[in-house]
Design a protein around this ligand. Structure first.
Ligand SMILES: C[S@@+](CC[C@H](N)C(=O)[O-])C[C@H]1O[C@@H](n2cnc3c(N)ncnc32)[C@H](O)[C@@H]1O
Length: 365
């Protein structure tokens, strides 16, 4: 058998036909906006680069459109994690056709450690110039965008979970406005703590956008297809939680001066005096805003604040009460992402209960 013949799948019903065949209607509660156009599916698979010899971890395969494209583009193996049990049968059909190259796991990606699905020999040292032969690919369900992204960046920072295997490159879809926030540069009004956190730990690129109409059912916003590559050395080499606290304080009140917002890091008494000391040590003008700061500025602020905490350890523990609920760990733990504007995210996908109920009652695709 030639290698291209080995890659090809035997004739199968189209993804659209599989949905019909198994009577599967899209559930908005699980953000099921499918891609059914083979060219778009192929484009997403190719965004992950040459796939020969690669093990791909795919989140939310649904009826398997991207999964097939990954196999068709030569992936050695595709490990899928899907929450909705209705997709088990169509995925099994693909698995059979792909002769074992698809490994199916049913579960919630926010609750599993992805590294348990991978062979130990795929591990690459973090410092290696080579990335491991693993790719992470997902047309992400938008209801979990924020918790998933935050966990991903946190895992990159800690070399944990999937990233205990090395610097695994990722291809992920985001609401376009979230993608723009991730890549926003100093001075851009989209700049937020999400931009600085992501850019500190990963090289993030917006490769192209897909119109909302590329999805079935159509998404109410356009979607950005992004690549994220963990940096060998983060720009600011300090723990995720520590940096998150600093960035959250700085961006709490985007229009406010940094003198005001950096003050959130300190207890009430002498708040502004301490902010002045920190900023003058960093040579940053107190009237600037967080949006205007570059990574150098953030680095100076983070290390100066760390020095202050080292001298006065109770500072490190101090969190302004109104900021505690904005911290990402707290948000994940309490499932607050949908309710709060914490990352300035205006998701076009969140549904009211009424919309959700209507959706559940729609006719099949
Ligand atoms: C936007 S759809 C993408 C489906 C398919 N990959 C495509 O591109 O057509 C998102 C998929 O993620 C699944 N999903 C939603 N929440 C999930 C979770 N927490 N863990 C794993 N899969 C999830 C949904 O059931 C759905 O199949």
């Amino acid at each position: 058998m030639t290698s291209s013949a080995a890659r090809r799948l035997p004739p199968l019903p189209s993804t659209r036909d599989l949905l019909r065949l198994y009577g599967i209607r899209s559930k908005r509660s699980l953000s099921q906006n499918f891609i059914l156009d083979p060219r778009t599916l192929d484009k997403i698979a190719r965004t992950a680069g040459p796939l020969a010899g690669q093990t791909v971890v795919e989140i939310g395969p649904g009826p398997g459109g991207i999964t097939r494209a990954l196999i068709g583009n030569g992936a050695r193996q595709v490990v899928v994690i899907e929450k909705d049990a209705r997709f088990l049968s169509p995925l099994r059909l693909l698995q059979e056709a792909a002769q074992g190259r698809i490994i199916i796991n049913m579960g919630d990606v926010l609750k599993v450690n992805l590294s348990k699905f991978l062979d130990a020999e795929l591990r690459q040292p973090w410092d290696s110039p080579q990335v491991p032969d693993i790719r992470l690919v997902s047309n992400l369900p938008f209801n979990i965008t924020m918790p998933f992204l935050v966990r991903t960046i946190r895992d990159m920072a800690a070399h944990d979970n999937l990233f205990s295997y090395g610097r695994v490159p990722a291809v992920l879809t985001f609401q376009k406005e979230v993608a723009e926030r991730i890549i926003a540069q100093p001075g851009d009004r989209n700049r937020s703590r999400l931009s600085v956190l992501c850019q500190n730990f990963a090289q993030a690129r917006l490769k192209y956008t897909l119109k909302g109409g590329s999805f079935v059912p159509a998404a109410s916003v356009d979607v950005g297809v992004m690549t994220l590559l963990p940096l060998r050395q983060p720009y600011i080499d300090l723990p995720f939680n520590f940096l998150e606290k600093v960035f959250t304080s700085l961006f709490h009140g985007k229009q406010k001066t940094v003198r005001k917002t950096i003050g959130h890091l300190f207890p009430n008494q002498n708040r502004l005096e301490r902010a002045d000391i920190l900023l003058s040590t960093c040579r940053i003008h107190p009237n600037r805003t967080a949006v205007s700061l570059d990574m150098n500025d953030f680095e100076k602020i983070a290390f100066t604040y760390k020095d202050m905490c080292d001298k006065e350890p109770r500072l490190k523990k101090y969190v302004l009460p109104e900021l505690r609920e904005l911290l990402l760990d707290y948000q994940i733990e309490h499932g607050l992402f949908e309710d709060q504007d914490v990352l300035d995210s205006g998701s076009g996908f969140s549904l009211t209960q009424k919309e959700h109920d209507e959706d559940e009652n729609r006719p099949s695709l």
